[in-house]
Ligand binder design. Structure first.
Ligand SMILES: Cc1cc2nc3c(=O)[nH]c(=O)nc-3n(C[C@H](O)[C@H](O)[C@H](O)COP(=O)(O)O)c2cc1C
Length: 706
C-alpha cells in the first residue's frame, strides 16, 4: 500500500503528551472534579498485597466484611497489562502479555456476611437514584475520565490476575426447579436477508421448543475451547475478556411446556431455573401482553472488574448492548420482534427479576450480586407495538403480581473474596435509571416507507447480485441465519491481507443505519446517537483513510462542528446516494488504528477498523443513565458488525482497549462533547491452531426432545 501515513506527527505528539493532556467536557474541567483524596493514592496492585492466609477482615455496621489495603508508593509501578490478553482465557500459561506502568488506587477487599436464609418476609432494597441529575452527570463524567486508558497510564486495574478469586462464569440457583430446553436452532431456515425484511419469517408458536432455540441463539453456548489443560466456553453473545457479566431472565405467562413465572437462563446447561411461581394461573396472563414475554438483562460488574478494574463498568455496558443485539437477532430468526422497554426504572427491573430480594441474596458477597439493566419485550412480529404499549400501562400491575406467589433458588457465590472498586460503585449509583415517561417513537431515519422490499432502498436491490432474487441487499443475505449466529467468533489475529470490495463495505454500513421495523435496530427505542469513524485499510475500490458514517442526518452539523476543521468531508466515489458516508482524510490509517487500539495488531491487519463516537452532551443532560445506554448502542453496533462480518465471509473483533484521547485529539474532539466509546475491527481472521474446539453442548443436551 503506497498511501502516506495518516497524520503520524499529530499522533506522535499525542502519544508523547500522554497523561499530561487535560480535558474538559461541557466546559467542566474533568481533572478538577477528581478528588485526589485518600481513595486516589497511587499504589501497586492492591490484590498483590493480600497475605496468603487469614486476612484480617473487620465487620462493618452494614454487615459487609472489609479489609483496607494500605497503599505502598515505593513498589515498582510496572504491572501486567490486563487489557491485552483477550485472545486466550484466564488460566492459560502462555498468555501474550506485555507490561505497562499504571496507577492503582488504594483499595478495599470486601466480602459479604454469610447469613442463613430467614423464614421472615423478604426485605427488598430500593434501586433508585440517590443523586440529582447534575450530580449524576458529574459522576459519570468523572468515571469516564478516570477509566480512560492513556498510552503511558492505563486506567486503574488490579495489576495482576488473582486466580484464587477468579469469578465463576455461570450464575446458578440451587434448589430452583429446572426446565430442560431443547436445542432447536438447527430446524430454523430463515436466511440472513430474511432477518432484515419485515414479515419475511412467519412467527413460530411460543413454547419450550421455540424458547429453546431463542435462548440458544441469544445467550447459549456455541463452543468449548481447550488448551493446555484449560477449558472455556464461548457463547452466542461475546464478552470482553470472555468474562460474561450479563445474566438473562425470562418472564412468561403462557408458553407450551414452560411453567408461568420468572426463570433464570443457565447457559452452561441450557436450562431455565424457575425463580418465581405466580399465585394463580392467570396472574401473569393478566399483566403481560398476550402472546408476548419479557427478557430481563442484569450485570455482575465484579466478573469484569476482577480482570479490568475500573474500566470494567464500560465493558459490562458494551456486553449488555451485545446481548441486546443477540436477543433481537434470535427473535428475528423465529419471526418475533423485540424491543427494549424505555419506561421502566432500574428499580422496576430489579423487582421484576427478583434481584432486590435480600433474603435470597444475603448468602452472597455484595460484589457477586447482579445489577438490573433492562427489560426487552418479545412478541410476534406484528404485535410488538401493542405489546410495548401494554407493558407501559401494565408495569405497576406486574410488580404487584410479583409480591405474591412463591420464590425459590439460592444464588451461587462467584468468588471467595473480592476487591472493591469504589469508582464502579459510584458510577453504577449515579447511572441508575428512574422510571420515566416512554420516549416517543424515533423518527424514521430514512424518510420513506422502507421495509426492505420497496423500490427505493439505500442499496439497490440487485446489489452485488449474490442473494436469491428479490432479497439480495448484502452478499451474505442468501445464507442461513442460524449457522452464522452459531459460528460467530472474535478474530484473535487478522491476516493483514484479506480485503473487502467497496460494494460489500457499503452494504455492511447500510445495515448500521436504523430503519423502522427492521432488526436489530428496532430493538432500541431511541434515535441513533453513536456514529462510526472508519479506518479503511484494505477495500477494493475505496481509498485508504479516515471516513465517518452518519447514522442519522441530525448528526451532520454537530459532527462537522466537532471534528477537525481540516477534514475534507468528500463523498466517496461509488457510495450509494442514501448512505451518509464521508471521507475525512485519505492516507494509511493502519499505524494510527493499531496505536490507538492499545497497539493491538487486529486493528491494523484488518480490512477496516472502527471507532464509535457518541455525542455525550444531549444524552447525558437527559439523565446520567444515558451513559449506559450509549454503550449499549455501541455494543449493539458491535453485535451487528460481528454477524455482518460472518455473512460477508470475514470475521470481526470488539476492541474495548483503546487510548481514548489519542483518538479524540487526532479527530479534533479534545474539547467536544463527542467521545469514543468502543472500537471494532473487521477482516480476514487467522485461526489459533493451538486450541481444540468442542461443541457447546454434549449429548445429554443435544438429545433432548423438542
Ligand atoms: C466489549 C468487548 C471488548 C473487547 N475487547 C477486546 C480487545 O480489546 N482485544 C481483543 O483481542 N478482544 C476483545 N474482545 C473480544 C473478546 O475477547 C471475545 O468476545 C471473548 O474472548 C469471547 O470470544 P468470542 O467473541 O469468540 O465468543 C472484546 C469483546 C467485547 C464484547
Amino acid at each position: 500500500m503506497s498511501a502516506r501515513p495518516l497524520d503520524e506527527t499529530r499522533l506522535c505528539q499525542t502519544l508523547d503528551e500522554g497523561a499530561k493532556v487535560r480535558r474538559s467536557l461541557f466546559g467542566r474541567d474533568i481533572e478538577a472534579l477528581d478528588d485526589p483524596g485518600e481513595d486516589r493514592v497511587y499504589a501497586p496492585s492492591a490484590v498483590e498485597q493480600l497475605p496468603d492466609a487469614a486476612p484480617d477482615f473487620v465487620e462493618r455496621e452494614d454487615g459487609l466484611q472489609v479489609r483496607h489495603v494500605a497503599p505502598d508508593r515505593h513498589e515498582d509501578l510496572l504491572a501486567r497489562d490486563l487489557a491485552e490478553d483477550d485472545s486466550l482465557p484466564p488460566g492459560v500459561d502462555d498468555l501474550p502479555c506485555f507490561f505497562h506502568g499504571f496507577e492503582v488506587p488504594a483499595a478495599t477487599i470486601a466480602r459479604g456476611r454469610r447469613e442463613p436464609p430467614s423464614a421472615a418476609p423478604c426485605r427488598v432494597t430500593a434501586y433508585t437514584p440517590e443523586v440529582t441529575v447534575a450530580q449524576g452527570l458529574e459522576a459519570v463524567l468523572r468515571y469516564h475520565e478516570r477509566s480512560t486508558h492513556h498510552p503511558h497510564r492505563f486506567a486503574p486495574g488490579p495489576g495482576r490476575l488473582d486466580w484464587a478469586n477468579q469469578p465463576e462464569p455461570f450464575r446458578s440457583f440451587a434448589d430452583a426447579s429446572r426446565v430442560e430446553l431443547p436445542l432447536a436452532g438447527h430446524d430454523l431456515s430463515a436466511s440472513w436477508g430474511d432477518l432484515h425484511r419485515t414479515g419475511a419469517v412467519p412467527p413460530h408458536p411460543l413454547g419450550r421448543t421455540s424458547l429453546g432455540a431463542f435462548f440458544e441463539l441469544a445467550l447459549g453456548l456455541t463452543a468449548w475451547k481447550e488448551h493446555g489443560g484449560a477449558r472455556w466456553a464461548l457463547r452466542a453473545n461475546p464478552s470482553s475478556g470472555n468474562l460474561h457479566p450479563t445474566e438473562g431472565y425470562l418472564l412468561v405467562a403462557e408458553a407450551d411446556g414452560i411453567p408461568a413465572g420468572l426463570h433464570h437462563y443457565l447457559s452452561r446447561d441450557h436450562v431455565l431455573e424457575q425463580r418465581w411461581t405466580p399465585p394463580g394461573s392467570d396472574t401473569l396472563a393478566r399483566a403481560l401482553p398476550s402472546g408476548a414475554f419479557l427478557v430481563g438483562l442484569a450485570s455482575i460488574h465484579w466478573r469484569e472488574a476482577w480482570k479490568y478494574g475500573e474500566r470494567a463498568f464500560r465493558y459490562c455496558q458494551h456486553d449488555v448492548g451485545h446481548a441486546l443485539g443477540a436477543v433481537r437477532y434470535a427473535a428475528a430468526v423465529l419471526g418475533w420482534s423485540a424491543r427494549l422497554l424505555d419506561a421502566p426504572g432500574d428499580d422496576d427491573v430489579s423487582a421484576l427479576l427478583g434481584l432486590d430480594r435480600e433474603c435470597d441474596f444475603a448468602v452472597l458477597a455484595p460484589a457477586d450480586r447482579e445489577h438490573p439493566d433492562g427489560l426487552v419485550v418479545v412478541a410476534p412480529g406484528a404485535g410488538i407495538d401493542a405489546a410495548v404499549e401494554r407493558m407501559g400501562l401494565g408495569l405497576a400491575e406486574l410488580r404487584e403480581a410479583l409480591r405474591g406467589g412463591t420464590w425459590s433458588g439460592t444464588p451461587n457465590p462467584l468468588s471467595p473474596e473480592h476487591v472493591e472498586w469504589p469508582a464502579i460503585a459510584e458510577v453504577a449509583a449515579a447511572a441508575v435509571k428512574p422510571r420515566t415517561p416512554a420516549l416517543p417513537a424515533p423518527d424514521p431515519v430514512i424518510p420513506r416507507d422502507f421495509d426492505g422490499t420497496g423500490p427505493d432502498p439505500v442499496i439497490p436491490r440487485d446489489f452485488d447480485g449474490t442473494g436469491p432474487e428479490g432479497s439480495a441487499f448484502g452478499p451474505g443475505d442468501g445464507l442461513r441465519a442460524v449457522p452464522l449466529i452459531r459460528q460467530r467468533r472474535s478474530a484473535v489475529a487478522m491476516d493483514g491481507a484479506t480485503g473487502l470490495s467497496a460494494a460489500t463495505f457499503f452494504s455492511l454500513l447500510d445495515r448500521l443505519v436504523p430503519r423502522p421495523g427492521i432488526s436489530p435496530w428496532d430493538a432500541l427505542p431511541w434515535a441513533p446517537r453513536v456514529h462510526p469513524v472508519l479506518f479503511v485499510h484494505r477495500l477494493d475500490g475505496l481509498a485508504p483513510g479516515l471516513y465517518v458514517l452518519e447514522r442519522s442526518p441530525d448528526a451532520h452539523e454537530p459532527l462537522r462542528e466537532a471534528l477537525r476543521p481540516s477534514f475534507a468531508w468528500d463523498r466517496p466515489n461509488g457510495c450509494p446516494e442514501g448512505l451518509r458516508l464521508f471521507r475525512l482524510e485519505e492516507g494509511d490509517a493502519r499505524s494510527f488504528a493499531r496505536s490507538a487500539s492499545c497497539h493491538q495488531e487486529i486493528a491494523s491487519d484488518s480490512a477496516f477498523a472502527v471507532a464509535m463516537l457518541a455525542d455525550l452532551g444531549p444524552a447525558l443532560e437527559a439523565g446520567a443513565w444515558w451513559y449506559r445506554r450509549l454503550h449499549w448502542e455501541a455494543g449493539l453496533l458491535g453485535q451487528m458488525l460481528y454477524l455482518e462480518a460472518e455473512a460477508a465471509g470475514v470475521r470481526a473483533t470488539g476492541i474495548g482497549c483503546f487510548f481514548d484521547d489519542v483518538v479524540h485529539d487526532t479527530l479534533g474532539l479534545a474539547h467536544a462533547r463527542f467521545r469514543d466509546l468502543y472500537h471494532f475491527t473487521v477482516g480476514g481472521a487467522v485461526e489459533d491452531r493451538r486450541l481444540t474446539t468442542r461443541p457447546g453442548y454434549d449429548d445429554s443436551v443435544t438429545r433432548r426432545r423438542p
